[in-house]
Design a protein around this ligand. Sequence first.
Ligand code: SAH
Length: 246
Amino acid sequence: MIETITLPNLDEVWQETMNWKPNDRQKELFNGLYREILIGNQETNLTRITEKQDFWEKHLWDSLIVFKNIETIAGKNPKIKAIDIGTGAGFPGIPVAIAHPSWKVKLLDATRKKIYFLQSLIEKLGLKNLKTLIGRVEEIGREKIHREAYNIALIRAVGKPSVCAEYALPLLEIGGFAILYRGNWSVEETDSLNVVVSQLGGKIALVEAFETPLTNSIRHCIYLEKISSTPSKFPRGVGIPSHQPL
Ligand code: SAH
């Protein structure tokens, strides 16, 4: 039955909320992604979000809404290099790569099983602008080929804001942006995150609130801009950022 499953056509909602809508090829890829995840979920615990509308809203729309004002963060650069830290079942990285075919997106996760699944999914769907990477971000962030090598770092549902900042900022070029996907957000959180990002060579460029279009839930997106080199002591060793957040 899975082969015939397709996501609802919500062109109008895309258009209204993002001033963008997927073309036929992108719709086909979103359907393929959904189908492969449903199949993969039977063997590997990938995601609890499997119902069609839920998948559309919480995995596709949620991944992409942060680029509503894309030019603020990417300018007109078509050759963005992005990394999705702790991608899990491929979110937000895969929808981002589908929506922005000229970008190169790397999917990073510490769990081998998830990355094997994603590698086979990428090949099945023929997605040429996605690559996978197995590892802990605390180690990847110290490797020469990854440090200060990306324009955009995406991070959703991985840890506390200060932990996400320590993971993401070392990977960014100066002028790059880290995008933290959050649910609720408070002024106090902005204040304490400000102190942390300044140690890491960043600043909070923007905090934006969104309401999800189908279930009217609140989302916040925190955009961190890298303004100077991250000191070489960051990220700290494996496990330290999450156990002793800055
Ligand atoms: N971003 C996805 C998945 C969130 S679950 C989504 O929003 O749906 C968190 C994922 O982060 C898990 O797959 C876990 O393996 C990965 N992860 C957690 N800490 C990590 C670290 N230090 N380095 C790399 N991956 C990590």
